[in-house]
Design a protein around this ligand. Structure first.
Ligand SMILES: Nc1ncnc2c1ncn2[C@@H]1O[C@H](COP(=O)(O)OP(=O)(O)OP(=O)(O)O)[C@@H](O)[C@H]1O
Ligand SMILES: [Mg+2]
Length: 390
């Protein structure tokens, strides 16, 4: 084999607490104030971590003695953007007695927000259960190592704790992704955990038979409104959660900057730079937003495709354009690739969606082209790509 040998040992994607370890240490020193029991950061520092501090640089207060390798000032990178009050409410919820349920359309960064919140509150986002139709109660409570169970009988060592149980014992945040994909009777295992804050293990005797949640324990669940909504969740469980609706990013500039930042970061991970014109990125984000809401920025009505045109998908397309430009240097201008990628996003479940995208071209793209905007003129000339049947 020729070429550079493959580097082994580089993780593809690290969790938030590893990527932003320095920020977490800095923020813990920056605000030495009172924190909820078991928390690593104050609520104020947690908000700064999740949302970032924009152009503001935070300074460590003069009387704070920090480790030598910790800088005295730091700008906290933006991560979850757009809804600061939502972040504040989420953090307040976590300091209280109820769980936090983040609901919303696909790709609105519910999982990302839950990971960032967990990293901010307890320093780890690892205690996660991925809810699926096949999830069992054991995954939310505990199971057994059957070899040990047979050899020793019911014994604490034979117990296999779920991430939720580990979080209870260590006073950490447990994350349950896509909780509504679990069967309602499985979801209900959370009711007693959230209300009584303890878990009985009837097979064990004495003190081992009950696990009491330590301070700092709480649950962040996420649920997608498109799959199987929250309607099937039992009323009893719903009452144990504060619901927060995570909405798509409202502001165009905020979304465009995010798409650019995230695509740049994704390309950096493979050692490349994002070489896609600002005008192309702008057109990409504009098209996503127009199709998402069914109305263009100019107020023209367009038909919405059945697919959710999420920011996460926009980041995905921007990254693909960047990769194509990086790996096929002599290939076409990224703008020429945009229609085909957009078609790929739109044409997911409903064949009619291709026609809807063409409708968008005939209405909005053409009008903008007629008004003379060069990028839209180029896109209009590429219309035939959207008629392909493959
Ligand atoms: N407000 C936002 N702030 C930051 N990133 C966002 C925001 N909205 C969308 N994103 C993008 O979405 C990506 C994360 O998507 P994530 O998987 O967390 O969404 P999700 O809501 O959990 O989706 P799903 O319902 O499909 O699980 C981020 O990496 C980012 O690119
Ligand atoms: Mg998710």
């Amino acid at each position: 084999m020729t070429g550079t040998p493959r580097k082994i040992g580089a993780a593809q994607l690290l969790p938030a607490e590893a990527v932003y370890a320095d920020e977490l240490r800095f923020l813990a020193a920056w605000d030495p104030g009172a924190r909820p029991p078991g928390w690593h950061l104050t609520p104020r520092a947690a908000v700064a971590f999740v949302g970032g501090t924009g152009n503001e640089t935070l300074e460590l207060p003069g009387d704070v003695r920090a480790d030598k390798d910790l800088p005295r000032s730091m700008r906290i990178t933006p991560k979850f953007v757009g809804q600061r009050t939502l972040v504040e409410r989420a953090i307040v919820t976590l300091a209280g007695e109820r769980g936090l349920l983040l609901v919303g359309e696909p790709g609105t960064a519910k999982s990302m927000l839950s990971e960032l919140l967990a990293a901010a509150v307890c320093g780890s986002s690892a205690l996660t259960v991925q809810g699926t139709a096949g999830s069992t109660e054991e995954q939310l409570r505990y199971g057994w190592n059957y070899a040990l169970l047979i050899a020793k009988g019911p014994h604490p060592e034979a117990l296999v704790p779920s991430p939720v149980l580990v979080a209870m014992r260590s006073g950490a945040i447990a994350r349950i992704e896509e909780v509504t994909r679990c069967l309602p009777e499985v979801q209900d295992a959370l009711i007693s955990i959230l209300s009584e804050r303890r878990l009985a293990i009837p097979e064990l005797t004495g003190a081992d038979g009950t696990v009491y949640a330590q301070s700092g324990f709480n649950v962040i669940a996420t649920a997608n409104l498109r799959d199987r909504g929250v309607s099937e969740m039992s009323a009893a469980l719903k009452r144990r959660f504060n619901f927060e609706l995570v909405e798509p990013i409202a502001d165009f500039e905020v979304e465009r900057d995010l798409v650019e930042r995230q695509a740049t970061a994704a390309l950096e991970r493979v050692g490349a730079a994002l070489e896609v014109d600002a005008a192309v990125l702008e057109a990409l984000v504009t098209a996503f937003r127009d199709l998402r809401v069914g109305r263009t920025a100019e107020g023209w009505a367009v038909e919405r495709p059945g697919t959710v045109m999420s920011t996460a998908e926009a980041v995905g397309v921007a990254t693909l354009l960047g990769l194509q430009a990086a790996y096929f240097r002599d290939a076409r201008d990224p703008v020429q690739l945009l229609p085909a990628y957009l078609l790929g996003v739109v044409r997911k479940d409903d064949p009619q969606d291709q026609a809807r995208l063409l409708g968008y071209w005939d209405a909005a793209v053409k009008r903008r082209a007629d008004e003379g905007a060069p990028i839209w003129r180029q896109l209009w000339e590429l219309r035939s790509i959207l008629e392909s049947q493959d």
